[in-house]
Design a protein around this ligand. Structure first.
Ligand code: NAG
Ligand code: NAG
Ligand code: NAG
Ligand code: NAG
Ligand code: NAG
Ligand code: NAG
Ligand code: NAG
Ligand code: NAG
Length: 652
């Protein structure tokens, strides 16, 4: 319906435009989506001034996948020859033609040249314009929307906007237009609530933790008294470092050569935090030589671990990630903790990317003020320093156990961010994201209604982002079956959580994944109509790999608890990659960078434990089923790290 309406509008608009002047045909840009809970209050007043910003299309961005394959495909002669940050910034800087075209469009539409500015990065053309001017520029209507729950107000042209056809190819995104305030900075909710399991923030486009915490119940403890309590005998009940080493054939690697300074970065979003006492409590029991070890904390945009809370939900994710990444790597690795955002506003994935790459830091205070946090924080008690633009070191492996829903973001926003992950890959960094814990539904158990909005319970499958971006490695979760041993085949995680997985509605099928995805859809066609998910076989499938995500023993506020989720599987997989990087460094070889083309190559066919049991229910369905080969809940399977190591060492 919505699509039909837009199609009709497009026809009408272009017919009128063509009649007026053949050069000024107009095209729809980006995808309007009014998130649930917002209603129109009134038309915006024509004299209100807007900070109008046009995000220019980056040069060469259409070639980014081939650039990335050139340095990441195992058969490429340039494998491992990663780019410098300067090379990346130079290659993708918007062209002077793009700057000129947008500038001319504004001046010809009556915005005087003296009012137009180009951002320092060269990526944004900015001008303060009135609503009346913006409506003329975009042939759109601006309204004031109000969120029913938070009463936060937002100016947007929720029905979409058009650009002149000759300008559109030079533009990524125009702000403010169809993007909604994801932070709900309403009068009643100045402070971000602590995100935890089942957090309904799923539709907000903001990072949500993929960890679910359960207190160790009496049963677990009672059982322990009359059973064999050796760690390896109980991996179906308690996952520990020892279980993971056996499950994934991960021996303690020799210490890396002293010349190596390869790093792993664990990403956290405030108010999630770890406590030093919990690290020591965990190490004391499971890795005694590491008591006293701490990550190197890099605070971004007011990031802090001093969270004043007794709510264990705030301390699950970070303690889990650090205890397992540090515990698996032993003392051999520098572990960076990227702590993002203050306690008032928090941070978005873009805020973090700004800190890694100054050329992405596209305008003062965030990339899109309706999605990303603004620093210095305009809210009382917030961080008063400037936004971190390119000030954080880039680790060789980056693990993030947070996600949001693809449908909560506009395609332009998601694509811009996804391209940034490709740039990190070009620079030799492996980026891993958890695939989500709610099966085929999105965070907050939201599915997609026929009109494109997110609704609870039923509707089309709702892929998680950024896992669905083809330039990250998405990680699903498995389990040791109840009663089974650590040597038995695992299943897809079927307790407490089900791994996220499925097919994108935005991102095309990447070359490296073609055979895997098309084989699955052909050999094991899912029993759903085409409206249930993107079954075209032309869209990106996720996750790529998986690892155990059930019953992790984690110290949280002084007590051991069980943690479940793709949150567990992600730092564990990242630790394996970090160890492989170390081994390659000892042979004077580069970091592995973007690993997907290698993982899907035929050489790796026998380097996985294939997972063939389990489903990932959601949206009122059974979801997808694990099958031999790649599938959209466990990916290619879990790693056999010894085999991975051997194969990665054979690469140049
Ligand atoms: C728009 O107005 C604000 C507030 O007066 C000012 O700080 C900003 O520099 C202006 N932007 C442009 C592009 O002129
Ligand atoms: C699981 O781990 C907890 C915490 O270390 C321990 O108290 C319990 O005995 C363990 N249970 C089993 C069955 O090993
Ligand atoms: C170690 O890090 C420094 C600074 O980031 C870098 O210049 C150097 O090349 C690195 N050394 C190795 C062996 O990676
Ligand atoms: C922590 O919160 C409590 C209750 O809100 C308050 O009384 C206390 O002063 C706070 N402590 C710090 C260090 O902010
Ligand atoms: C979209 O559909 C859902 C579910 O049918 C409905 O609740 C919602 O109001 C609709 N939203 C719009 C903007 O039409
Ligand atoms: C499949 O998984 C279920 C647990 O969800 C388990 O009961 C069953 O034994 C598993 N089957 C196989 C063949 O592994
Ligand atoms: C399926 O995905 C492809 C590639 O991302 C996209 O072009 C297409 O529009 C999608 N189809 C549907 C029906 O969503
Ligand atoms: C790595 O490079 C160093 C310095 O160039 C050299 O001394 C060493 O022998 C090389 N190691 C290997 C395994 O090639």
């Amino acid at each position: 319906m919505a699509f039909l309406r837009r199609l009709l509008l497009a026809v009408v608009v272009s017919v009128i435009a063509v009649a007026a002047s053949p050069l000024s045909a107009r095209v729809f840009h980006d995808d309007p989506r009014v998130p649930p809970g917002y209603k129109v209050l009134r038309r915006a007043a024509p004299h209100t001034v807007l900070p109008f910003r046009v995000g220019l299309k980056q040069s060469n961005i259409d070639s980014i996948e081939s650039f990335l394959l050139d340095v990441s495909h195992p058969e490429s002669p340039n494998y491992g020859k990663h780019w410098t940050a300067a090379q990346v910034a130079e290659t993708f800087r918007p062209s002077s033609e793009s700057v000129g075209t947008v500038h001319n469009w504004l001046t010809e539409s009556g915005v005087d040249a003296s009012r137009i500015k180009l951002s320092a990065s060269g990526a944004w053309v900015q001008a303060n314009v009135t609503i009346a001017e913006a409506e003329r520029l975009l042939e759109a209507e601006y309204y004031i929307y109000e969120h029913e729950a938070t009463e936060s107000r937002h100016i947007a042209c929720g029905q979409g906007y058009t650009l002149p056809a000759d300008v559109a190819p030079h533009v990524d995104i125009v702000l403010p237009t169809v993007h909604f305030d994801a932070k709900h900075r309403g009068r009643r909710s100045m402070k971000r609530s602590e995100s935890g399991p089942g957090d309904a923030a799923g539709s907000s486009g903001r990072p949500v933790s993929d960890a679910v915490i359960q207190k160790l119940d009496a049963n677990t403890l009672e059982f322990a008294q009359d059973a064999d309590t050796s760690e390896l005998a109980n991996c179906d009940k308690n996952i520990t470092l020892a279980c993971l080493r056996v499950l994934y054939n991960f021996p303690e690697f020799p210490k890396p050569a002293s010349s190596s300074n390869r790093t792993i970065g664990i990403v956290e979003y405030t108010p999630q935090a770890y406590t030093p006492e919990d690290l020591d409590n965990f190490f004391k029991t499971y890795s005694p030589s590491q008591v006293g070890e701490r990550p190197n904390e890099v605070d971004i945009d007011g990031g802090t671990i001093h969270v004043n809370s007794t709510n264990s939900n705030s301390f699950g994710e970070s303690n889990l990630d650090l205890q397992y990444a540090m515990g698996l790597l032993g003392t051999s690795q520098d572990v960076i903790l990227y702590q993002n955002g203050d306690l008032v506003e928090g941070a978005s994935f873009d805020n973090f990317l700004d800190a890694l790459d100054g050329s992405f830091c596209t305008f003062e205070g965030g990339d899109d003020p309706s999605q990303d946090s603004i620093y210095p924080d305009p809210f009382p008690g917030g961080f008063t320093g400037p936004e971190n633009c390119g000030g954080a070191p880039l680790a060789h492996v980056i693990s993030t156990s947070y996600g949001t829903n693809e449908a909560s973001l506009t395609p332009a926003y998601a694509q811009r961010q996804c391209a940034e992950y490709a740039k990190l890959g070009l620079m030799g960094t492996t980026v891993l994201y958890s695939s989500g814990d709610e099966g085929v539904s999105g965070h907050g158990e939201l599915c997609i209604a026929p009109n494109g909005t997110e609704v609870a319970g039923s509707g089309a499958f709702n892929p998680t982002f950024p896992g669905v971006c083809p330039f990250v490695t998405s990680v699903g979760a498995t389990q040791v079956n109840p009663g089974a041993s650590v040597h038995d085949p695992e299943s897809s995680c079927q307790q407490v959580i089900f791994p996220g997985g499925g097919f994108s509605n935005v991102f095309a099928l990447p070359e490296y994944q073609k055979t895997a995805v098309q084989t699955y859809l052909t050999k094991f066609p899912p029993p759903y109509p085409p409206t249930q998910f993107n079954s075209t076989g032309r869209s990106r499938g996720f996750p790529d790999i998986s690892a155990n995500g059930a019953n992790y023993i984690v110290s949280i506020l002084g007590e051991f608890a069980h943690v479940f989720g793709t949150s567990c599987a992600t730092p564990v997989s990242a630790a394996f990659i970090a160890a492989i990087n170390d081994a390659r460094a000892a042979h004077n070889k580069s970091s592995v960078g973007f690993i997907n083309p290698t993982l899907y190559s035929s050489a790796f066919k026998n380097a996985f434990n294939d997972i063939t049991n389990g489903t990932n229910p959601g949206c009122g369905t059974e979801g997808f089923a694990a099958r031999p080969g790649w599938d959209p809940l466990t990916g290619l399977g879990t790693p056999n790290v010894e085999k991975w190591l051997q194969l990665f060492l054979e690469l140049p």
